[in-house]
Design a protein around this ligand. Structure first.
Ligand SMILES: *Cc1c(COP(=O)(O)O)cnc(C)c1O
Ligand SMILES: [Zn+2]
Length: 558
């Protein structure tokens, strides 16, 4: 046998019984799977070559006696995506996104559900109870449907209706609790006790933590595929890469606890050299872990009434998981951080517009956290960073957009009012775009930077964009095209931004064109005074993340 279940309190080791919820010796619910890593090390790396890239590829390190292919839905094996645009914006060339939206039910809870339901099926369970902020219940429901297990899903009334319907669609019984998530858990526990049913125990569920490890295994394997073997790799030394950071939005914290254990086991197996710094991100309105962290406390004070619109992140009482996770964050030199709901929504927009990735607000919170950690300097430009894009189980939510997000053409009525079809079409399309676009010149020697600024402008409005890649070209272009506004980089070889500025200001035809300086450079006092009165706005490259940049552009164009 390759694994046993070790009690974290009394140290007792027992065989795994999927239905049993506590240590047979002391009754503790805090247990962990422990593998015979020496035995695993002999078979595991070699076996991998012949296995498909999905969660079961790491079966020696999962607490399942016999993986059951009849339950598979294609769990795990999600892509690791290089985020070039976002990385460029943040000055992080090695930024990666683990795209957990691409699992069978569109969140990383697929992993937890796949392993948990497989174990419960092995254990003969036919009916179970789970409390959920939405996504766990969706994932468990899908796998429970395949396994022939009836699920009672206790969710709070704040869980979006689309998620509740998804749970019901899979044949689970949705029980809607008006109250907090922690209260829903209490009701679920009492229901399970009265009925004698198995209850999912969140982060204390051995299979859930074990399933999350596969995220770490995949990241290490994928980074190695994408960046090559680590520098010091030899026949007997580490073969796989690890990132410097693992960033994830957390509610109960099971994800990072599992990911940590995954990286720890890889290190113990000699497959990697170290464990990445963990950065768990919480929503400001429900951030008991971040508060505990900032106060240096080993136990988190529960948040009794969470105040966040991101229900997925509304675990008010992380209990002992925080204490565990805190140790791991300290050990890895990581950090806990919180972000506001609005930051998360903004990040959701940025991620979609720059990387083509539509995430749900909970997942976007991790990206808002990333932005914050880059700004505070916790994350360095040379760091390799992986952000878990934990899910997108929703269609884009309506509250993200104000009224005018579509441009509407009423084809029959336009046609009725015109003499010819051509005239009608022209009239219709005038509704779609104005006749003249504001013209913007982007001056930057880096093609990546130009592409980024173009993308930001393009995704938010109608502009005609012209570009110059050096100072001389810029002076010539601006004199010829007379743009409505110039976005100017300072650091360019030969004729730099300061020289361009002087040239434009000295000619009557360009002297009044508004100029926004965009720079990645920390300006000295004397540089700042050179800009004084000459430009309309100064933007640090990171400022592009907030809406001020576009507001500035719009106001200057008017
Ligand atoms: C569950 C969930 C989280 C929080 O994960 P934990 O590790 O359990 O705290 C974050 N994002 C999404 C999309 C989730 O479904
Ligand atoms: Zn015990």
């Amino acid at each position: 046998m390759l694994f046993t279940i070790r009690c974290l309190d009394c140290g007792h080791a027992a065989p795994f019984m999927p239905r049993s919820m506590q240590c047979p010796n002391c009754g503790s619910q805090w247990r962990e799977a422990e593998y015979n890593l020496q035995a695993v090390a002999q078979s595991f790396p070699a076996e991998l070559q012949n296995r498909p890239f999905n969660l079961w590829r790491y079966r020696e390190l999962l607490p399942i006696y016999e993986p059951n292919p009849t339950l598979y839905l294609g769990e795990g094996g999600t892509p690791l995506i290089k985020a070039a645009n976002l990385g460029n914006m943040l000055g992080l060339p090695n930024l990666y996104i683990k795209d957990e939206r691409q699992g069978p039910t569109s969140s990383f809870k697929d992993r937890q559900a796949a392993v948990t339901i497989a174990a419960l099926k092995e254990g003969g369970v036919t009916e179970m109870v789970a409390a959920s902020t939405g996504n766990v219940a969706i994932a468990l429901s899908a796998y429970a449907a395949r396994a022939g297990i009836k699920l009672w899903a206790f969710v709070t009334s704040l869980v979006p209706g689309v998620k509740m319907r998804e749970i019901a669609l899979y044949g689970s019984q949705v029980v809607k609790i008006t109250g907090s998530y922690d209260q829903a858990k209490q009701v679920a526990a009492e229901f399970a006790r009265q009925r004698g049913l198995y209850q999912d125990m969140g982060a204390r569920t051995v299979t859930a933590v074990e399933a999350m490890k596969t995220i770490a295994f995949e990241i290490a394997e994928q980074l190695t595929m994408m960046e090559g073997a680590p520098p010091r790799s030899t026949a007997n030394a580490p073969k796989w890469r690890t990132p410097d950071w693992y960033i994830q939005a957390v509610s109960g914290g099971m994800g990072p606890v599992g990911v940590y254990k995954g990286f720890r086991e890889l290190k113990q197996l000699g497959m990697t050299e170290r464990i990445p710094a963990l950065a768990p991100i919480q929503a400001e309105g429900c951030a008991p872990m971040v508060d505990g962290w900032k106060k240096g406390m080993e136990k988190a004070e529960p948040v009794l009434s969470p105040n966040t619109r991101i229900e997925t992140l509304a675990t008010g009482d992380p209990g002992r998981t925080y204490t565990l996770l805190r140790k791991q964050v300290i050990e890895t030199n990581g950090v806990f951080e919180s972000v506001s709901d609005d930051d998360a929504f903004r990040a959701m927009h940025v991620l979609a517009k720059l990387e083509g990735i539509s995430a749900e607000p909970a997942a976007a919170a991790a990206f808002a956290g990333l932005f914050k950690l880059v700004r505070t300097g916790a994350i360095k430009p040379t760091d390799t960073v992986v952000v878990n894009c934990t899910g997108h189980t929703l269609p884009a939510e309506q509250f993200l957009f104000d009224e005018n997000w579509t441009r509407d053409v009423d084809y029959p009525s336009v046609m009725a009012q015109s003499n010819t079809p051509e005239e009608g079409l022209l009239a219709a399309l005038n509704n779609v775009t104005p006749n003249r676009f504001s013209r913007i010149a982007i001056v930057d020697d880096s093609p990546d930077a130009r592409r980024l600024i173009r993308r930001i402008l393009q995704s938010q409005g109608d502009f005609e964009i012209v570009e110059a890649s050096n100072g001389n070209e810029a002076i010539e272009l601006v004199s010829r095209e007379r743009p409505d506004i110039v976005i100017l980089d300072l650091m360019m070889p030969e004729v730099d931004g300061f020289a361009v500025l002087d040239a434009l200001r000295s000619k009557p035809e360009t002297t009044n064109i508004p100029i926004i300086v965009a720079t990645a450079k920390e300006l000295t006092v004397s540089e700042k005074s050179r800009l004084q009165g000459q430009i309309q706005a100064l933007m640090q490259k990171g400022d592009f993340l907030n809406d001020d940049f576009l507001d500035e552009v719009r106001s200057l164009i008017q």
